[in-house]
Design a protein around this ligand. Structure first.
Ligand SMILES: *Cc1c(COP(=O)(O)O)cnc(C)c1O
Length: 239
């Protein structure tokens, strides 16, 4: 079982195409965020040669060490919980943040992006299931935050992200994906803003997420195999 990233990616792309076919969507509307957390720059380089160009990291500390050692033409997305005091560290390294879960974080990103002279596209992370262990905004809080973002100049809310409860049966995630899409439709209409992106679906449930309208799927283990470590660091990476 020593498949290469390229082989695994071919399989994933076939599954995306099949899910799009079932849903009557164009596969070009689905993009992969290759989640490289716990893996080192050599794995990122392999992913890049396989044709993946968007990488996701969930911890600031790991990302700031790793990204500078990776091929330069990649686009990085911050997909994990972000503390306000780490915004400055990460904003110069990533193109997107998928995990905005408070108005204060949104304001901090706006301020720091302004200082860097850029506009930051972000997604609001929604805790659709209401599990207390999860980060993310209550669905009710999404609309007000979309409205608040309209008054900010350096940050653009471009859609929503969610992580459904884990279950072995991917079909169980469908109601959560559908709820996120409906919430997006409602907020988009109510505030008259475009919210084109839905970041939903991971290794175990991305087929279902694509059927329900995902535009970004965040894939780790299905591309890179099981994660053994908790984080990658320069020291552990032996560099
Ligand atoms: C780790 C992670 C993923 C990828 O998980 P897999 O199940 O390995 O595909 C996706 N999204 C977030 C936010 C993650 O932290």
């Amino acid at each position: 079982m020593s498949e290469t990233v390229q082989e695994r990616l071919a399989d994933v792309e076939a599954r995306i195409a099949a899910a799009c076919e079932r849903a009557g969507r164009a596969p070009s509307g689905v993009s992969i965020v290759a989640v490289t957390k716990t893996f080192g720059p050599e794995v990122v380089a392999e992913a890049a040669s396989a044709g993946l160009s968007v990488m996701g990291e969930n911890r600031v500390q790991e990302a700031v060490q790793k990204i500078p050692l990776c091929p330069g033409r990649l686009e990085w997305h911050m997909i994990g919980h972000l503390q306000r005091n780490k915004v400055r560290q990460i904003l110069g390294l990533v193109e997107w943040v998928h995990s905005v879960d408070s108005e204060r974080l949104l304001q901090t990103i706006d301020r720091v992006a302004g200082e860097l002279g850029r506009t930051m596209p972000v997604l609001l992370e929604i805790n659709v299931s209401g599990e207390s262990s999860k980060h993310g905004l209550a669905p009710d809080a999404a609309g007000p935050l979309v409205a608040a973002a309209c008054g900010l100049r350096n940050v653009e809310v471009r859609g929503f992200m969610t992580i459904p409860p884990f279950t072995p049966d991917a079909g169980d995630a469908r109601p959560y994906f559908r709820a996120l899409r409906r919430l997006r439709d409602t907020c988009s209409r109510k505030y008259d803003v475009e919210l084109p992106e839905l970041s939903m679906g991971m290794s175990n449930d991305f087929d279902v997420a694509v059927e329900e309208g995902a535009t970004w799927i965040r894939l780790g283990s299905v591309l890179f195999g099981r994660r053994t470590g908790k984080t990658w660091t320069r020291e552990l990476g032996g560099l």
